[in-house]
Design a binder for this molecule. Structure first.
Ligand code: CUA
Length: 164
């Protein structure tokens, strides 16, 4: 079969590029703790406010410097609105909503997930030195969408409180 010279070059370039990308993904998963957000479970949106642990959302310490953070995204706020974590904390977020689709994006991190009614979205993030991260809703969710934001405060005296 005759393959044109330039077509051959592009074929090999394509194969090389795909290989590089697959290696990069594999390296990220295996060596850099990069995890893909995925559905963690289900929760009834109508009874979420009385369903543990979402009846008392907040930060829960699970290990040396590891935390589970339960968060509700609703029209038009995050509960809790401000999250305190120590420096270098590894936090796993479990986010759910009682109403409609929201977004959960944390500025200057890899967190960028959708929050769907009925589903618990999970994402894990390793934080660094003391600083603040803005949380924004990046799925249009109605008239209060642009006012739907919160904060993650890393470091400082007031860290890792339950609830709030
Ligand atoms: Cu919630 Cu936009």
């Amino acid at each position: 079969m005759h393959v044109d010279y330039y077509e051959k070059i592009f074929l090999w370039l394509t194969i090389a590029m795909l290989t590089v990308m697959l290696v990069a993904i594999g390296n990220g998963v295996l060596n850099h703790d990069i995890t893909v957000a995925g559905p963690e479970g289900r929760v009834d949106p109508l009874t979420i406010d009385s369903t543990p642990p979402f009846d008392a959302p907040g930060v829960f310490q699970t290990g040396d410097n590891t935390f589970d953070v339960y968060l509700i995204a609703r029209k038009w706020q995050f509960q809790p609105n401000e999250i305190h974590l120590p420096e270098n904390a590894v936090a796993t977020f479990y986010v759910a909503t009682p109403d409609i689709v929201h977004g959960f994006k944390v500025i200057d991190t890899n967190i960028n997930i959708m929050v769907l009614p009925g589903e618990i979205s999970r994402v894990t993030q390793r934080f660094g030195a003391a600083r603040e991260h803005l949380i924004v809703c990046h799925e249009y969710c109605g008239t209060g969408h642009q006012a739907m934001f919160g904060r993650i405060v890393v470091g400082g005296a007031d860290t890792a409180e339950d609830g709030s």
